[in-house]
Ligand binder design. Structure first.
Ligand code: TRP
Ligand code: SF4
Length: 329
């Protein structure tokens, strides 16, 4: 039997290149080697976007388009919507009986997010429970492998502690899942800071090639390279960070050497990057058009994925109810 994977994303907006390199590429590869379940976690989005429910609703379709265009394959993986599998919520509730509140208050992202999103009231019950709902997402499929970013490691640790506590109190039902981190470095956005929607510096997966060109050609470079004859330092240049991820070895060497010796200009360097970057974006763009033209079919695919997910999740809940003696037959 293959190892089971679960991972999810909150439907809060369109995805960008950072998501592709940091998560999606990893997921797509795992489809060959693992039994994968990928969730559009709309309840997790609601923990912070509870005043903008219309946006969350729209973004479920948007994120599904981004996923399928990038290469998630509903024939090989289960692609589901969290809220359509109520077993996630039932397991979350049962876990809430055994998890001490300080375990949740201690999770570093809890206070960090409250600080960062000051404009939102995140003093809610649901927001405190965010990582516990995440543990339920994973454990309801008995997933043992969770491809996530560095920022999620503390959540996966909590997930393991919850699994251990349940198994100790009752009977062993759950594995102790491990995070599987991506090797890809963080991508910079057009202004040199980390690529992120909140900075408005991102290159979206849905962007057309023309606009990708435009963004790269105006992207920030090594600030020391003011004039064409000033040598630059690729290690200090966000454009070169993109070369590292997207450009083939030869091109990378050419760009680094040309930069250090002022043998090439920044525009030459960026055009070389585009030669390898545009072919990544272009096919996504073409697939997207098809998906956008058949949103009803796309939703049906998500419902079908959710149906398959419910079957697995219900088996787990059956064991859980039995373990907690709330199965009355
Ligand atoms: N918290 C994750 C994030 O913000 C999203 C998520 C929800 C998730 N449930 C999950 C990731 C379960 C992995 C497994 O990125
Ligand atoms: Fe950056 Fe390339 Fe310009 Fe060097 S030549 S500063 S790596 S864009």
């Amino acid at each position: 039997m293959k190892n089971r994977v679960f991972s999810g994303m909150r439907p809060t907006g369109r995805l960008h290149l950072g998501h592709l390199v940091g998560a999606l590429d990893n997921w797509i590869q795992m489809q060959d080697t693992h039994d994968c379940v990928f969730g559009i976690v709309d309840w997790h989005a609601l923990t912070s976007e509870y005043q903008d429910v219309e946006k969350v609703n729209r973004n479920v379709v948007e994120i599904a388009i981004d996923w399928f265009a990038a290469g998630l394959d509903p024939e090989r993986s289960i692609v589901m919507i969290q809220s359509q599998v109520p077993q996630h919520a039932e397991l979350h509730l049962l876990f809430s009986m055994i998890v001490p509140v300080p375990w949740l208050e201690r999770v570093p992202t809890y206070k960090e997010q409250q600080q960062q999103l000051k404009e939102k009231d995140l003093s809610t019950y649901g927001f405190l429970g965010y990582p516990l709902l995440q543990a339920a997402d994973i454990l309801v499929y008995k997933a043992d492998t969770v491809p996530v970013g560095e920022d999620q490691v503390s959540h996966i640790e909590l997930c393991r502690e919850v699994a251990r506590r349940f198994n100790n109190f009752y009977t062993p039902v759950f594995p102790e899942p491990q995070a599987k981190l991506t090797k890809a470095p963080k991508l910079p956005g057009t202004d040199g800071r980390k690529m992120s929607k909140s900075y408005g510096n991102e290159i979206q997966l849905s962007e057309d090639p023309k606009s990708v060109r435009q963004k790269v050609l105006t992207m920030m470079t090594d600030p020391a390279r003011v004039r064409r004859h000033d040598p630059g330092n690729p290690d200090l240049c966000p454009v070169f960070d993109l070369h590292r991820v997207f450009t083939k070895e030869q091109g990378k060497e050419w760009a680094a050497e040309g930069c250090r010796t002022a043998g090439i200009g920044c525009i030459d360097c960026k055009k070389r990057l585009l030669e390898d970057l545009i072919p990544v974006i272009e096919p996504l763009h073409e697939k997207r058009v098809k998906l956008e033209n058949n949103v009803a079919g796309l939703k049906e695919t998500l419902f079908e994925g959710s149906r398959k997910a419910r079957v697995i999740a219900e088996q787990t809940l059956d064991e859980v109810r039995q373990a907690m003696r709330i199965k009355y037959t």
